[in-house]
Ligand binder design. Structure first.
Ligand code: SF4
Length: 464
């Protein structure tokens, strides 16, 4: 049996697609790059922007047409499936399954039924993480590890709480076990994922499945430590980070990152843990979204620019080598030229290494979409262009200052331009290419940054 997979959207979707592909692989299914030869086509969709949904509608229509020539099971999953379940089936009856975010747990049943030539009429919802879930992608040296799902924040422009539900934290032992297994499979860097990782909070005590590998010394040590930790109450994000750092300091995992961080929930304790353990990358993506307190309030972000700058100062004081990146959302309803100036000023003050910058796009069903002070598309595009131009210049300067430094990178693969060049990232999340042998792929190597071209450094290997 063969399957064809398409994934759109965020890292969480990518991680979840990897988990679904593992379910297929465990059952002997093979991936194909030709959908016309597949027995199952799966589309993992995104709802964050209207453009992402329109694109998915196009793909669904394409596969619905293909089904008329060649029979296969068509599965649509992800946030758009969650949001538009009924409408999707009405509009495209060729879809066999619309699996919302709370029905993905049933994917194994869907695959088994497909192998038997059956269709399951009703799929139950289940918001829980599966203990043994793995999000490993074959051959990868970097992997995403979800630690929580959902969001309680309801930023006024965002669809995520409506399609991902409320925050649910994952069992810490399940997180650790997945990372240990990934380490055995060759992974060297993990990125902990959640819509709001800073509000991770495990409250459900310790539950160990019968097949937990107590014969693995690290897993056994972790379980003993966790029992002691949970005796003192819940496990929040800084406790989780400190516990993972203590255990994984003795493993082949060399670097841990995490995303997304909401400034309202980034605590002093978390900053202290990051400063204490060198296993954490010296980079944090801290979404500020805007530089005007009036707009931050209208966005329901629950922090001020002053509070954000305090966090930036605390991070830089305790971890001087850290770099910051952010998201900027410009053109929010009611935004004035003064608000744009405040955002430009914030960029100049913080000097982010890079930023993901967007103009406001109303999402049906969110409060901001109903605001009657919407800006014209021309204004939004012009303001975004100004923001991008200023941030690009800042990024160039911030990166240029690093030329001449010797840094460590994880060699992730070969550069697309040359098979004699390695591609990697610094712990500050900056891209590097350097001449090197493919045998180094998957290792941490020291390089000297020699020049900067665009947003990529050219470097040379440095002997230890
Ligand atoms: S914190 Fe705000 S922007 Fe982020 S997922 Fe939650 S509601 Fe959306």
């Amino acid at each position: 049996m063969r399957y064809f997979f398409e994934t759109y959207g965020c890292q969480m979707n990518k991680a979840e697609s990897a988990a679904l592909e593992l379910i297929l692989a465990e059952r002997g299914w093979e991936s194909t790059i030709q959908p016309e030869t597949a027995d199952m086509v799966i589309i993992n969709t995104c709802s964050v922007r209207l453009t992402a949904e329109n694109r998915a509608w196009g793909r669904i229509a394409h596969y619905a047409a293909l089904k008329r020539q060649h029979s296969f099971i068509l599965v649509v999953t992800g946030c758009m499936a969650e949001r538009l379940k009924k409408k999707m089936l009405e509009k495209q009856p060729q879809i066999d399954y619309v699996l919302g975010n709370f029905q993905k747990q049933a994917f194994a049943l869907v695959v088994d039924a497909a192998a038997d030539g059956r269709i399951i009429p009703d799929i139950e919802e289940s918001p829980q993480f599966t203990f043994a879930a793995s999000h490993y992608e074959k051959g990868a040296f970097k992997a995403f590890v979800p630690i929580m799902h959902g969001c309680n924040n309801f930023c006024s422009y965002c669809i995520v709480p409506y399609v991902r539900g409320r925050e649910i934290s994952r069992n810490p032992l399940a997180i650790l076990l997945e990372i240990l297994q990934m380490a055995e499979q060759g992974v060297r860097e993990v990125e902990l994922l959640g819509q709001n990782v800073n509000s991770y909070n495990w409250l459900d005590g310790i539950s160990i499945p019968a097949d937990y590998p107590l014969d693995n010394p690290l897993a056994a040590k972790a379980q003993v430590q966790l029992v002691a930790l949970l005796d003192c109450g819940a496990m929040d994000f800084p406790s989780l980070l400190a516990w993972l750092a203590e255990i994984l300091g003795g493993s082949s995992i060399g670097r841990i990152r995490f995303v997304s961080s909401h400034p309202k929930d980034l605590s002093e304790r978390t900053i202290d843990v990051l400063a204490k353990y060198p296993i954490f990358a010296r980079h944090i993506h801290l979404c500020v979204q805007h530089g005007s307190n009036r707009i931050l309030q209208a966005m329901n972000r629950k922090y001020t620019v002053e509070k954000y700058l305090e966090l930036v100062n605390a991070l830089r004081k305790k971890i001087p080598e850290i770099t910051l990146s952010t998201d900027i959302l410009i053109g929010f309803p009611g935004e004035t030229e003064e608000d744009v100036q405040a955002t430009l000023q914030l960029l100049e003050t913080v000097r982010f290494a890079y930023a993901y910058m967007y103009y406001f796009n109303p999402r049906e069903g969110t409060p901001a979409a109903e605001m009657d002070t919407q800006l014209s598309m021309v204004d939004k595009k012009q303001r975004l262009a100004r923001i991008i131009s200023v941030q690009r210049a800042i990024s160039q300067t911030v990166m240029q200052e690093r030329v001449g430094q010797t840094v460590q990178i994880l060699a992730e693969g070969l550069s697309r331009k040359s098979s004699s060049e390695l591609l990697g990232r610094t712990e500050q999340d900056m891209m590097v290419v350097c001449k090197g042998d493919s045998s180094l792929i998957g290792s941490f190597i020291n390089v000297k940054l020699e020049t900067l071209r665009g947003t990529t450094f050219k470097a040379r290997l440095v002997e230890d």
